[in-house]
Design a protein around this ligand. Sequence first.
Ligand code: ZN
Length: 367
Amino acid sequence: MRHSVLARPVFRRWPRLVCLTLLAAVLALVFSPQQANAETAGARAQRAKAWRAENPVWRGVHLAVNSDAEADALGEALPHLRSVGVNVVVAEVNYQFEFKSHPELRGLSFVSKARAQALAGVGRSLDIRLIPELNCLGHQSWKQSTAPLLTRHPEFDETPGQFPGNKDIYCRSWCPQHPGVNPVVFALIDELVEGFGANAFHVGMDEVFLIASEHCPRCKGGDPAKLFAKAITDLHGHLVGKRKLEMLMWGDRLLDAKALGYSEWEAAKNGTAGALALIPKDIVICDWHYGKQEKYPSVPWLLGQGFQVWPSGWQPLEATKAFSDFALQEKNPRLLGYLCTTWGKVPITGVAEWPPVMQVLHDWESR
Ligand SMILES: [Zn+2]
């Protein structure tokens, strides 16, 4: 006679139910996202420590990766980059990723998780540290195009309903005080970290011009420095505090343009520089500058404030060389090395042969 589960006597069902419940509880504990992240966080922190011990000088390139085709191109380029001295690649992905927690925030083209993992594997085999980047706070639009976060969540906008077509502004910002924004952004960051097998993360945060806006009901009349510091410390709490990752950011909003003699594009004229005194010192500051100068006073200034500094230049070669040579004179161990940014001036396949990369990073091998 066939026994149905429901027909079994109660005294026989209970032990089974208890066992199944206990088993489910154990499995839930073992495979819960928090537990998985905690275990992964420990292993990743160890890997980061080992990489830093073997790589006292960071020789980096920064580039955009927007699709599987570009992820593949970077995978093929990595051995060439290694041959010219590169040991770190900062990959600016932004919303161009196969987000599963928020698929509505994927860009039109995106990198799949499988391709990101494959790329991470190539990076590890060459001992190249792969650091994904999501532009946080600012750069939420470009020209007329608004990025997915504020398109899907206009309520997170620092200037909601203002500047139709993004006319008369540089880029939109999200509101650092909107209670809903961090859970969404942290979920995206977690997926990028997981996908790229990262033990460090770059949060962008350059060129934030819209902050403490009169159009924001929460931030109107606020101190831009305190609001900028809040956005940074919130991200730090998640990345460094919770996930045990290293955190990098661009440094321009932390520099006083007038005091240091820079333009508003590489230092702040909008009141955010005071944030430097309010943020954790273990953040790596990518101190980015445009052109050829005799001196780059932000480098000793940031080092003097206790931060790790990664000087970051661009083109043409004479400007790259001037900044790199200036930074090479600095003997402070918290000066990490040099980062060559590309900003679309060279395709991924040509980065290793690009003069600012090929002719400058070798100078850092014997530092
Ligand atoms: Zn606001």
